[in-house]
Design a protein around this ligand. Structure first.
Ligand SMILES: CC(C)(COP(=O)(O)OP(=O)(O)OC[C@H]1O[C@@H](n2cnc3c(N)ncnc32)[C@H](O)[C@@H]1OP(=O)(O)O)[C@@H](O)C(=O)NCCC(=O)NCCS
Length: 233
């Protein structure tokens, strides 16, 4: 979905951002279910507590250009939804500006169709169902067992947790977070940076930065930033 004038990389080598359990999950899936070869992990220097993760080197993101330059590796940033996906958005845009190309991962166990359109730096895990005419942006995470119905649109930087059900024509805005097992009624629009709590049943359009929980889902008093932590840098 995005054009990228980054350097061409001839190898299958990939560096993953993160050195936590979520990074381990992506490493495992890539290793067992993709042509990509994970060579290293990278984290912000402030979070560099260990020189290795899953038996591979961990290098500071601030020194990534020296260790693994953009003409040698591609990147994948399997970051969570901290700061309502703002941290993943920021690191993705930084890495893009540094000249890196990104891979995407679509599990071989996901159910997809030939018209599948997925942006870059996107992960789609096992048993996700992506129906025809659905569109998935860049820097998106779709966790396992999610049902994305026909003509749904998931915008850049969104996070859809496991077991979510989207009716047809649902639109999920940039940086929105949809919690475990939530149900989104067909045709509704989830505004940018909305936080939908686990198990919520969302029947109406949401407002940007709102937090919605319950059945039927109601807007709470806190903002999505307050629920997911503020951006530190
Ligand atoms: C909405 C959410 C952020 C609230 O978390 P929290 O601020 O820690 O809230 P608490 O657990 O302290 O609960 C506060 C109150 O809200 C209620 N509540 C919390 N989450 C709720 C939810 N998803 N739906 C309905 N009510 C909820 C609690 O029962 C509690 O009610 P009480 O005060 O009457 O006892 C969290 O529960 C949630 O849904 N997170 C999403 C988890 C998820 O999907 N993770 C994906 C991992 S990949």
């Amino acid at each position: 979905m995005h054009t990228n004038d980054a350097a061409l990389v001839s190898s299958n080598d990939v560096v993953l951002f993160g050195a936590d359990t979520f990074a381990s999950l992506a490493w495992f899936c890539l290793t067992h279910d993709s042509p990509w070869r994970v060579r290293a992990f990278t984290v912000d220097a402030a979070y560099l507590s260990n020189g290795s993760h899953e038996g591979l080197p961990v290098v500071p993101f601030e020194q990534l250009l020296e260790h693994y330059p953009p003409d040698k590796v591609r990147l994948l940033l399997p970051l969570g939804y901290h700061a309502i996906n703002g941290l993943r958005r920021e690191r993705y845009l930084q890495a893009k500006a540094m000249g890196y190309q990104f891979i995407s991962y679509v599990s071989s166990r996901a159910s997809t169709w030939p018209d599948l359109q997925v942006g870059e730096n996107t992960l789609i895990y096992e048993h996700a169902i992506i129906q025809p005419f659905a569109r998935i942006g860049s820097n998106v995470i779709i966790r396992s067992g999610t049902h994305i119905s026909h003509h749904c649109q998931v915008a850049d930087h969104a996070f859809v947790a496991a077991g979510v059900t989207l009716g047809g024509n649902v639109r999920i805005g940039e940086q929105a977070f949809i919690g475990l097992g939530a149900i989104l009624r067909d045709g509704i629009q989830i505004a940018e940076r909305t936080f939908v709590g686990a198990g919520a049943v969302v029947l109406r359009d949401t407002e940007a930065d709102g937090v919605y929980v319950g059945n039927p889902a109601r807007k709470g008093e806190r903002t999505a930033q307050q629920v997911t932590g503020f951006q530190s840098s």
